[in-house]
Design a protein around this ligand. Structure first.
Ligand code: PAF
Length: 284
C-alpha cells in the first residue's frame, strides 16, 4: 500500500493507472476504520483494478459545537486495515493540502439535504458535498463506495454527482453491525459501558417499525410513534428523530407506499448515533 499526501501525487498515479487501462475504485473515509469500512474496501478491491482510500477528517462538515476536536484517530491501525484489505493507495492529505487558503467555494445540495439530518445539523451536508466534490474532482472517473448507515449522505452525494456530472458511479453497501445490532460507527468508541449496553435500541426500534409496515401499516405517524416509544424504553437515549419516509426524497407525502426507509437519530450524552433500515408496504 502506498501512502500519498498531495493532490499532485495522487493525480499522477491514477493518471498512469487509467492510461494502462485500469479501473479505479474509491472509498472516502474520515479514518478510525472499522469492519464497515473494511467491507467497502473489499467491495472496491473486488470490483476494480486499483483502489484508493482517502482518510481526511473534514472540518467543513462539523458545526462549531460538534465533535471535530475529539473525533477518534488511529493512523497505524488504519494503514494496517487498508493493507490487509488489499488497498493500493491511501490518500492522507493535510487540511492545508485540501483547503490551502480556506475555501470560498461550497457545494450545497437542495431538497434532499433539508429534512432529518439537515434539520439537526444544518451545515453538515454542504460540508460533506464540498469535500466529496473536491475528492471526486481529484480522483476522476471511478466507482465510489459509501456505507448505507449514512443513508441521507448517500442520497446527497448521489444527487450532487448527478447534478455536477461527475463521472462517478456512487455505490452504497449494507450496514455492518455488532452482534447486538448496533451499526458500526467510529463514534461508538465514545459510548460509556452503560450507554453501549442500551445502544442496541436503535436497531430494535427500526425492526419494530419495519414489522408494522410489513403487517400493513401505511400511516407514517403511527410507525414513527412506535419507533419513538421503543427508543423511550432506553433511559439514556435522547431522540432527535424517528422517521418513516420515501428512500429517495427522505420525505413522506401522505400514506406510505412501495419502498420505505425508516431512519432514527439518537443522542447518548455527547455521542450522536444514526441508523436506518429499508422495508416495503403490502401492495393491494
Ligand atoms: O462518511 C464519512 O466518513 C464522511 O462524511 C465522508 C464521506 C468521508 C466525507 O468526509
Amino acid at each position: 500500500v502506498r501512502v500519498l499526501e498531495t493532490i499532485g501525487e495522487l493525480r499522477l498515479v491514477l493518471g498512469e493507472a487509467r492510461a494502462a487501462g485500469l479501473s479505479v475504485g474509491f472509498v472516502p473515509t474520515m479514518g478510525y476504520l472499522h469492519a464497515g469500512h473494511v467491507s467497502l474496501m473489499e467491495a472496491s478491491v473486488s470490483d476494480n483494478d486499483v483502489t484508493v482510500v482517502s482518510i481526511f477528517v473534514n472540518p467543513l462538515q462539523f458545526a462549531p459545537s460538534e465533535d471535530l476536536g475529539t473525533y477518534p484517530v488511529d493512523p497505524t491501525g488504519d494503514l494496517a486495515a487498508c493493507r490487509e484489505a488489499g488497498v493500493d493507495h491511501v490518500f492522507v492529505p493535510s487540511a492545508e493540502q485540501m483547503y490551502p487558503s480556506a475555501m470560498s467555494t461550497s457545494v450545497s445540495v437542495g431538497e434532499v439535504s433539508a429534512p432529518l439530518e439537515g434539520e439537526f445539523r444544518p451545515t453538515h451536508f454542504s460540508g460533506v458535498a464540498t469535500v466529496v466534490a473536491k475528492l471526486f474532482s481529484i480522483i476522476g472517473p471511478c466507482r465510489a463506495y459509501f456505507g448505507a448507515k449514512d443513508w441521507q449522505q448517500v442520497a446527497v452525494v448521489r444527487r450532487m454527482a448527478a447534478d455536477l456530472s461527475f463521472p462517478v458511479d456512487v455505490i452504497d453497501r449494507p450496514i455492518v453491525r455488532d452482534p447486538d445490532g448496533l451499526a458500526l460507527s467510529s463514534r461508538n468508541v465514545h459510548l460509556s459501558t452503560e450507554q453501549r449496553s442500551q445502544a442496541g435500541v436503535l436497531q430494535r426500534s427500526l425492526l419494530i417499525g419495519a414489522q408494522l409496515v410489513a403487517a400493513g401499516e401505511t400511516d407514517p405517524s403511527v410507525v414513527e410513534a412506535a419507533m419513538k416509544e421503543a427508543i423511550s424504553r432506553a433511559p439514556l437515549a435522547d431522540l432527535d428523530y424517528a422517521a418513516a419516509v420515501r428512500p429517495d426524497t427522505l420525505t413522506s407525502d401522505g400514506p406510505l407506499h412501495g419502498e420505505v426507509r425508516l431512519l432514527v437519530a439518537v443522542r447518548f450524552g455527547r455521542v450522536r448515533l444514526i441508523d436506518n433500515v429499508g422495508c416495503r408496504t403490502l401492495e393491494p
